[in-house]
Design a protein around this ligand. Structure first.
Ligand code: VG1
Ligand code: CO
Length: 545
């Protein structure tokens, strides 16, 4: 094998965000851009030398090109073996599953997750460590430092590898196995859930479902699991073929972007009883009932309260965790169950230590993400199976399950308002203004809502004691309402301000308000305190979830 050493100069801005490095495709296409970052990863992940690497992506534009480059660089670095998903496809949860099952040294996932794809869209790259989870900040910081000073990278002089069809080939001494993207993952799902019971739900005609794969990576997973193994209705999966531009859509499973699915579920009495969608790389989920939306924060709470009913969790759960902006619905359940509930910064990497240390079994985020200790990523198809299994056990609809949960624990009305592509300086100044005000806001009252606590969230990991600061401004009111402000770490254009608003209502007679109405006063308070409209020159948020 001939290895070429290529001279390069640093590409600015290769600092990974909430979940890997995300940029416009044309940024990744610049000379040496991808190579610099991959070499920086290799230089930190020395355990890859002589080890196994899992490699795949969500199928977006540039996926297979990047895979060919990475394979040649992996061979030059001395990786022993690479398992690549067929056609270059692997969902994020499948990569996590494969790393754990095959004791890989790590995994590279090519995805910008819920961001749009195609030649004018976004591309991204994430590295997962040997526990199957996203690399911690200490790792990504080290990668960034190397990227700032890189002067050369190494790449094997080799032909491209065929990615269609499961086969084994070599670049020098490195073995490359093109594997079935779905089977190991599907097997794990069958161990966790009662497939026979779910199957009976479909075959008895009691339930039909619609799963929107949004032309992203979950299409093949959904077809195999829902249609083949669980015999769901033949038309259960829509938009099931992965496309490089996601069919022009935005592969973000929420009410705004999964409009085809929402229309089906709202189509009256003939609508399917269960609906779901996943994102670009298959780690997010949206759960719908007939004409009914389950807020992701509620979903985590409902899962926690009911996990013991499902085979994979029948021994009960140890504890739970949620990210800061996720509603405190799960806290109520944890309190009642007498288990720990951790509050972490945004991003799945903060759950890894808690899972590894066996402090928690379930965890989730408001951004349509939930997961468990079965892997170290959030998992879209897993969440769908969890709900299907729950419906089969309880013999209740999605709406009935959710309403009875609210009845028992109270309802957390919840919304997130996103202001996208704001000028970076304006966004920073808005956050800085909140930080400066934080201490003095305590005990102030707005429209009858009295502030109990206001701070800039800082997290000390209870396992390795690492400290992560400035994770969002949180305002807690006396009636348990909350407002959280933070800037996104996944966008590729300017800044995105996220405002998270929740209100806790125990009276069951008040569980039927439209969410934005129930939160109207708090939405105004958020604007008053942060001066969003004036500072950002916006009348409305760009996206409401
Ligand atoms: C967003 C979500 C966060 C999630 C992250 C990655 O981050 O808010 O909860 O973990 O995306 O999800 P941010 O920094 O833009 O708010 V995925 O499915 O895009 O990898
Ligand atoms: Co994702």
């Amino acid at each position: 094998m001939n290895i070429n050493t290529i001279a390069t100069t640093p590409c600015p801005g290769q600092k990974p965000g909430t979940s890997g490095l995300r940029k416009k495709v044309n940024v990744f296409q610049q000379a040496h851009y991808l190579e610099n970052f991959v070499q920086s990863i290799f230089n930190v992940a020395t355990e890859l030398k002589g080890g196994l690497l899992i490699l795949g992506g969500d199928g977006r534009y540039y996926n297979t090109r990047a895979i060919q480059i990475i394979l040649k660089m992996a061979a030059a670095y001395g990786v022993k073996r690479v398992m690549v998903g067929e056609h270059g496809l692997l969902s994020t949860p499948a990569v996590s599953c494969l790393i754990r099952k095959h004791q890989a040294a790590g995994g590279i996932i090519l995805s910008a997750s819920h961001n749009p794809g195609g030649i004018d869209g976004d591309f991204g790259i994430k590295f997962n460590i040997n526990n199957g989870g996203p690399a911690p900040t200490s790792f990504t910081d080290a990668v960034y430092e190397i990227s700032k000073n890189i002067s050369e990278y190494q790449i094997a002089d080799a032909e491209d590898i065929a990615l269609d069809g499961q086969q084994t080939s070599h670049i020098g001494d490195m073995q490359i196995d093109v594997i079935d993207s779905v089977s190991d993952y599907a097997e794990l799902m069958a161990q966790l859930f009662d497939f026979e019971k779910i199957k009976a739900l479909f075959s008895s005609g009691q339930l039909s479902m619609c799963f929107d794969a949004m032309h992203a990576v979950t299409g093949p997973y959904a077809r195999e699991i829902f249609e083949h193994r669980l015999s769901a209705n033949v038309d259960a999966v829509i938009n099931g073929i992965p496309l490089e531009d996601f069919g022009g859509g935005h592969p973000d499973p929420n009410l705004a972007h999964a409009s085809e699915l929402v229309a089906q579920l709202n189509a009256g009495p003939a609508a399917p009883g269960f609906g779901a969608a996943s994102d670009g790389d298959g780690d997010r989920n949206m759960i719908l009932g007939r004409n009914f939306f389950v807020n992701p924060s509620d979903s985590l709470a409902i899962m926690t309260a009911n996990a013991h009913l499902l085979p994979g969790y029948k021994l009960g759960i140890r504890g739970v965790a949620r990210s800061l902006p996720t509603s405190r619905a799960v806290d109520k359940v944890a309190e009642a169950m007498g288990i720990d509930c951790y509050e972490t910064p945004t991003g799945w990497k903060y759950f890894g230590n808690l899972l590894d240390d066996k402090r928690i079994t379930l965890c989730g985020e408001e951004s349509f993400g939930s997961g468990s200790d079965h892997i170290r990523e959030k998992d879209g198809i897993w969440a769908v199976l969890f709900w299907l299994n729950l419906i089969a056990v309880k013999q209740q609809s999605v709406e009935e399950i959710t309403r009875s949960h609210w009845q028992q624990y109270g309802r957390h009305y919840y919304t997130r308002h996103d202001y996208e592509a704001i000028d970076n300086e304006v966004a920073e100044a808005l956050m800085q203004n909140l930080r400066t005000q934080a201490a003095s806001l305590k005990a102030k009252e707005y429209d009858g809502y009295k502030i109990l606590l206001c701070d800039d969230f800082s997290y000390t990991d209870p396992v390795d004691h690492s400290v992560t600061e400035h994770q969002g401004i949180r305002i807690l009111f006396e009636d348990e309402s909350r407002i959280v402000f933070r800037l996104s770490g996944t966008g590729t254009e300017g800044a995105t301000l996220r405002v998270y608003i929740e209100r806790y209502v125990t009276d069951i007679a008040s569980h039927d308000m439209p969410t934005q109405t129930a939160l109207a006063e708090l939405i105004n308070i958020a604007d008053n305190i942060a001066e969003i409209k004036t500072r950002c020159q916006r009348e409305q948020p760009d996206v409401i979830t």
